[in-house]
Design a protein around this ligand. Structure first.
Ligand code: GDP
Length: 458
C-alpha cells in the first residue's frame, strides 16, 4: 500500500458532478489542507473558524479577479465521506469557471484527484469497507429499481457485516489451533473439534447461499439476457422493435438480413431485460450467414430466457416441434410465441394449441404488453425479498468460492484428523479469502484494479 499511503497526505481536488448541462457544479477538495487551501481563494467568512457541516456564501477569487459567487460546504474530518477535511464548492456550471477554480486550487497546493481516489481514501481511512466502496460505483451506475436496490443494500453494509462476524468467529478458532502448535509435544486440543465443525458448517451454509445468490443478484444488477430466436422472417426484428418501441433493428423481407446481433435493453417494472436480436437458426451454405448462425447459438447459451418465435404461415406444427427440440437441448427456460396472429383465422389458431404458446402480432403490436408480463413472470423476481443479501460482483464470487474450497479442506481435516498445523493453514486460507471481500486483506494491485474503474471525482 506504499503508493497510497504517501499520496494520501496530498490534498486532492476534482469536479464531483458530471461535465455538461446543469445549473450547478460541485468541486470537491479532500485532505489535510482542504480548508486552508480553500480559505486562500474564498472571500467570505474565515473557513478555518467555522464548525463542521456548515454552508457559506462568498466569492472565489484569483487575486482580485472574481471567478464566481459560490456556496462552500464544510466537513471537518473525520466527519466526512473520506474521513479527511472535505470542502465542496458549489459553483455555477460553466466549464470555464470549473477549470479556472480547479487550476487555482492546484496552484494553491492541491493535486488533481485520480479516478476513484475520494472513495479509495474513504476505504483506506476506514469509512467504508471494500465491498461497500465497490457498491458506491454500482450505485452511481444503477439505472433500474432492481440494480439500485442491490447496490444500495451492499453499500449499507449488507453482506459484509455478515461476513465480518463469521470471520471473527473463525479467527478465534484459528488462534486456539495455533496455540496447540506451541504445545505440540503434549497432544492437547484447545479448539474443540466438534464446535469447530459446527462453526465451519454454519459459515459454509452462509457462503453457499451467497454464491447461489450471485445469479439472481447479477440479474438484478445487469439485467436479464433474453434471446429472441426463430427462423428467418418469423418477425424477430419486428418484435424487438415493438418491444423497444423504436426502429433500432433492420426489418427486411429478405430472409437472413438481420446478420449481426443487436443488443438492446428495456425496463419492465424495474427489471432490466437485455434483448439480443439474432440472425436466426438455420442451416446455410452462406459463409457470412453461417457466422451469424454460429453466433446465434453462442448468444443463446448466454441467455437466461429464450423467446422462441414461430411463424404459423411458414411452419407446420411438426416442423416447429422439431425446432423446439433444439431449443430444449440448451436447457434454458423458454417461451414459445406464435407471431403474425393477424394473418391467422381462428380455426387455424387451434392447430397451434399444442404448443401452449401465446399469440402476438409484432407488426400491429397486439399482445406485446402481455408478452412483457410473461417475461417478468418467467424471471420470477417477485419472490425476492428486498432484504435478501445478494452478491453481484465477480470478484466477491471468486473469493467466496475460494473460501468454500478452503472450508471443505478444513472439514476434511476434522473428519480424517490431520495435525493442527495443516488445519490451521486451511483455516487461515479461508480467513484470507473472506477478508479479500471486505478488504481486510488487500494488495495495491487489487485496489488499483478496483478504483481505476471509477471516474475522476468519485
Ligand atoms: P426476422 O428475420 O425474424 O427478424 O423477421 P422480420 O422482423 O424481419 O420480419 C419479416 C417479415 O415479417 C417482415 O416483412 C415483417 O413486416 C413481417 N412481420 C413481422 N411480424 C409480423 C406480424 O405480426 N404480422 C404480419 N402480418 N407480418 C409480420
Amino acid at each position: 500500500m506504499s503508493e497510497n499511503t504517501i499520496t494520501q497526505q496530498d490534498t486532492i481536488v476534482a469536479l464531483a458532478t458530471a461535465n455538461g448541462n446543469g445549473a450547478i457544479a460541485v468541486v470537491r477538495l479532500s485532505g489535510e489542507h482542504a480548508i486552508s487551501i480553500c480559505n486562500e481563494v474564498f472571500r467570505g467568512k474565515d473557513l478555518s473558524t467555522q464548525p463542521s457541516h456548515t454552508i457559506h456564501f462568498g466569492t472565489i477569487r484569483d487575486g482580485e479577479e472574481i471567478l464566481d459567487e459560490v456556496l462552500v460546504s464544510l466537513f471537518i474530518g473525520p466527519n466526512s465521506y473520506t474521513k479527511e477535511h472535505v470542502v465542496e464548492i458549489s459553483t455555477h456550471n460553466s466549464s470555464y469557471i470549473i477549470e479556472r477554480v480547479i487550476n487555482l486550487l492546484i496552484k494553491k497546493g492541491a493535486r488533481a484527484a485520480r479516478p476513484g481516489e475520494f472513495t479509495l481514501r474513504a476505504f483506506l481511512n476506514g469509512g467504508l469497507d471494500l465491498s461497500q466502496a465497490e457498491a458506491v460505483a454500482d450505485l452511481i451506475a444503477s439505472n433500474s429499481a432492481a440494480s439500485h436496490q442491490v447496490a444500495m443494500q451492499q453499500m449499507r453494509g449488507g453482506f459484509s457485516n455478515q461476513l465480518k462476524q463469521l470471520r471473527e468467529d473463525l479467527i478465534t478458532f484459528a488462534s486456539l489451533i495455533e496455540l496447540e502448535l506451541d504445545f505440540s509435544e503434549e497432544d492437547v486440543e484447545f479448539a474443540n473439534r466438534e464446535q469447530l465443525k459446527v462453526l465451519i458448517l454454519k459459515i459454509y451454509e452462509v457462503i453457499n447461499k451467497l454464491i447461489r445468490s450471485f445469479e439472481q443478484g447479477n440479474v438484478m444488477k445487469n439485467g436479464v439476457p433474453v434471446v429472441i430466436a426463430g427462423k428467418p422472417n418469423v418477425g424477430k426484428s419486428t418484435l424487438l422493435n415493438a418491444l423497444l418501441n423504436e426502429e433500432r433493428a433492420i426489418v427486411s423481407d429478405i430472409a437472413g438480413t438481420t446478420r449481426d446481433t443487436i443488443e438492446d435493453e428495456i425496463n419492465i417494472n424495474g427489471v432490466t431485460f437485455r434483448f439480443i436480436d439474432t440472425a436466426g437458426i438455420r442451416e446455410t451454405a452462406d459463409v457470412v450467414e453461417a457466422i451469424g448462425v454460429e453466433r446465434t447459438r453462442e448468444k443463446m447459451k448466454l441467455a437466461r430466457l429464450i423467446v422462441y418465435l414461430v411463424d404459423p404461415t411458414q411452419d407446420t406444427i411438426s416442423e416447429v416441434l422439431k425446432q423446439l427440440e433444439e431449443v430444449k437441448s440448451l436447457d434454458i427456460p423458454y417461451v414459445v410465441i406464435v407471431n403474425k396472429a393477424d394473418l391467422l383465422a381462428d380455426a387455424e389458431r387451434a392447430a397451434f394449441d399444442v404448443l401452449e404458446a401465446s399469440f402476438i402480432s409484432a407488426k400491429s403490436q397486439d399482445g406485446v404488453e402481455e408478452l412483457k408480463d410473461l417475461l417478468l413472470e418467467q424471471v420470477n423476481l417477485k419472490g425476492l425479498n428486498a432484504d435478501d443479501v445478494m452478491v453481484t460482483n465477480i470478484r466477491h464470487l471468486e473469493a467466496l468460492k475460494n473460501t468454500q474450497a478452503a472450508l471443505e479442506r478444513v472439514l476434511g481435516g476434522i473428519d480424517n484428523p490431520v495435525t493442527s498445523d495443516f488445519l490451521a493453514l486451511d483455516i487461515r486460507q479461508a480467513l484470507y479469502h473472506l477478508g479479500e471481500i471486505t478488504g481486510q486483506v488487500s494488495t495495491d494491485d487489487l485496489l488499483d484494479n478496483i478504483f481505476s474503474k471509477f471516474c475522476i471525482g468519485k
